[in-house]
Design a protein around this ligand. Structure first.
Ligand SMILES: Cc1ncc(COP(=O)(O)O)c(C=O)c1O
Length: 286
């Protein structure tokens, strides 16, 4: 399947963006090791697997000379901010489909509001980009993640919002098993079926799906303390919505010997969402 995915990727245009991220050791104990893949370092605004999805999406959008984009997503979506920034950079008009913003604005909602105020354009012919950039043009980029890592882990832990990143990743793994930590109620089976059709490949083995949050649930005290610990002791900034939860789940299970051998934990970026949490940070040092 890896070779077929590589052939699919090779048939697509890509934006000339960096699509390789490094991996380093994070935790070690008598049960095994956890390595972290620094997808957060791919880019500042469009960090993590979004950068990969957007690399093929925007190359296709330019090639197809799309008149513009309608970008779907929540008010606080990391993906919407990143898409808007790339569309603006590339001169592609866009309209945000996010719900009306309520005051006082903060975090990504503030960035989205500042951006979309300047985008009043007619949009009848615009291409709609679903939440999470889950568009067929994003698939080639999404598949590059699995080919940018060694397929020799006992388990790979990936967080999921819509689940597109995890679904695409499952097609490129032959030896490693995939654990998907669901921050929102994603339908991985349906996404995997769509991707299998697009690639004309059989369905890969299903990943182990574990719900870690309902998406809207507030970030708890334990998660904040863990967030602070990872910043203080490892110099890693986590996104409180996604990666703080996936790292905490991984640490707890690793400490209890539930993740034996070699684990790869994906840091899926999302640093922009930190803009919305200044008050919580102040509490962490008071
Ligand atoms: C930091 C971070 N991690 C994970 C995801 C979820 O990715 P996916 O929708 O492909 O599951 C997002 C979505 O934007 C994100 O911002």
């Amino acid at each position: 399947m890896r070779e077929s995915c590589q052939r699919f990727i090779d048939r697509h245009p890509f934006m000339p963006w960096p699509l390789r991220s490094r991996t380093h050791l994070l935790w070690k104990n008598s049960y095994g090791e956890v390595w972290v893949k620094r997808e957060d370092e791919l880019s500042f605004i469009s960090s993590g697997p979004k950068r990969r999805k957007h690399a093929s999406f925007f190359a296709m959008a330019l090639e197809m000379k799309v008149p513009g984009l309608k970008i779907a997503g929540s008010l606080f979506s990391n993906n919407s901010v990143a898409m808007a920034a790339s569309a603006r950079e590339l001169g592609i008009p866009f309209e945000m489909l996010s719900p009306k913003a309520k005051s006082p604005l903060k975090g990504n909602a503030l960035l989205n509001a500042m951006m979309s105020q300047t985008a009043a354009v007619p949009s009848d012919t615009f291409v709609t980009v679903p939440e999470g950039a889950n568009h067929p043009w994003s698939l080639a980029g999404a598949l590059t993640l699995g080919l940018d890592l060694e397929d020799d882990y006992d388990q790979i832990v990936c967080d999921a919002g819509t689940g597109y990143t995890a679904a695409a990743l499952s097609f490129t793994l032959e030896r490693s098993s995939l654990i998907t930590l669901k921050v929102a109620p994603a339908d991985l089976h349906l996404l995997t079926k769509d991707i299998s059709k697009q690639l004309n490949l059989p369905m890969p083995p299903p990943s182990r799906e574990i719900p870690v949050s309902s998406g809207l649930s507030p970030i708890g005290k334990r998660e904040w303390l863990f967030f602070k610990d990872i910043w203080q002791n490892h110099g890693l900034l986590l996104d409180p919505i996604y990666t703080a939860r996936s790292f905490l789940w991984t640490k707890q299970n690793f400490d209890q010997g539930q993740l034996p051998g070699k684990t790869l934990l994906l840091h899926t970026g999302g640093g922009l969402s930190l803009l919305g949490f200044e008050e919580e940070f102040k509490k962490l040092i008071s």
